[in-house]
Ligand binder design. Structure first.
Ligand SMILES: NC(=O)c1ccc[n+]([C@@H]2O[C@H](COP(=O)([O-])OP(=O)(O)OC[C@H]3O[C@@H](n4cnc5c(N)ncnc54)[C@H](O)[C@@H]3O)[C@@H](O)[C@H]2O)c1
Length: 329
């Protein structure tokens, strides 16, 4: 008799657990089916990669930029990157065609975000610019849309505060190059809701990434650790302790880094590195984050790395070969 009672209890437990699971799967599916239209603002280094991964994972993407030329260039880059995936047999011709068909472009923010479920801002790293973009997105995106930023360092809480939906503003920090790198640092602002955080964690997994949840402090985790290392490498060059090749070789062979910090800085963009260091310097008020004067000079001279063809290395002939920039020979 006892056994039967226990079995009945177990049966009821299983029954209610099943109902609970089905309800949650249903809610999850509804949330995700409502998250198919993605708007990406900024079609530069990061924006084109973000558009690429969402489009490849069956989302409709509107890529928005103030520059029509940047939009054209980004479609060229996405096509080139898809061709590389095709050559390596990672995707089929059909997936390539569907991915491109999933991407639309626009130079109007208002038009571009009006039907979106998730807006990801990946415009130039500049506080005033991001605040004005978020005020505008908040006006034109549907009221239930989640607004994410790919900022490398700017406070999510500060960005969220200029909107009327701070609970729906979150950091989605992708790594460069986006189609290759697995990590998404998901940054919870002071008022970001738990539901929005878990939706974005799930969305990141759905597009094949591995999300890590962190809290909103200057530089979050990735850049708080990475940027002081890059800055120190630039100081090491500035103080003539060693040359570009020597510094990068020490870190590659000695620390098993896949590329040296100066090469990495060229990949990230020296303007981006400078603005992250300024955020760390302002946010923590400690001299250890002060940007190296050589970095400041290079940014002022327009030597921003790969995107302008020259940084610590000369990229004018492509990215296959490492050629030290003339200034450092
Ligand atoms: N480059 C990296 O390795 C990297 C890595 C992670 C995160 N990020 C972050 O991603 C963001 C973008 O960086 P990026 O390297 O792609 O910059 P980028 O300079 O390559 O591209 C920025 C793009 O934003 C566009 N833009 C500027 N103002 C705009 C506006 N008002 N509306 C629409 N578009 C506008 C520009 O025309 C440009 O095409 C930054 O916040 C940066 O900190 C960069």
């Amino acid at each position: 008799m006892n056994i039967i009672i226990i079995n009945k209890i177990q049966y009821m437990n299983i029954y209610y657990t099943k109902i609970w699971l089905l309800r949650n799967i249903f809610v999850y599916q509804i949330i995700n089916s409502l998250m198919e239209n993605i708007a990406v603002i900024g079609a530069g280094t990061m924006g084109n990669g973000i558009a690429h991964v969402f489009a490849q994972n069956n989302h409709t993407v509107t890529l928005i930029d103030i520059s029509g030329e940047a939009l054209l260039k980004s479609i060229e880059t996405i096509t080139k990157n898809l061709d590389r995936q095709l050559k390596k047999e990672k995707i089929t011709q059909e997936i390539k065609a569907q991915t491109i068909a999933n991407i639309h472009t626009s130079t109007s923010l208002e038009e571009g975000v009006k039907n979106s479920d998730l807006v990801i801002e990946a415009a130039t790293e500049n506080l005033e610019l991001k605040l004005s973009i978020f005020k505008e997105i908040d006006l034109h995106a549907p009221s239930n849309a989640i607004l994410a930023t790919n900022t490398s360092s700017i406070s999510i809480t500060k960005i969220a505060a200029v909107t009327k939906r701070p609970d729906k503003v979150i950091g989605m920090h992708f790594m460069n190059p986006v189609p290759v790198m697995k990590l998404v640092e998901v940054i919870k602002g002071y008022k970001t809701s738990d539901q929005v955080t878990s939706t974005i964690m799930n969305k990141s997994k759905e597009i094949g990434k591995i999300p890590v949840e962190v809290n909103d402090y200057p530089g979050f985790v990735a850049n708080r650790i990475l940027m002081p290392m890059i800055n120190e490498a630039i100081y090491t060059l500035y103080e003539s302790v060693a040359g570009v090749e020597e510094i990068d070789t020490v870190m590659k062979l000695g620390m098993a880094h896949p590329m040296g910090p100066l090469q990495l800085a060229d990949f990230i963009g020296l303007d981006v590195c400078l603005s992250i260091l300024q955020v760390l310097h302002d946010g923590f008020g400690q001299p250890k984050y002060a940007p190296c004067p050589l970095l400041v000079n290079m940014v002022e001279a327009g030597h921003l790395g790969i995107k302008t063809g020259i940084g610590f290395y000369d990229w004018s002939g492509g990215t296959k070969e490492l050629i030290i920039a003339e200034q450092f020979n």
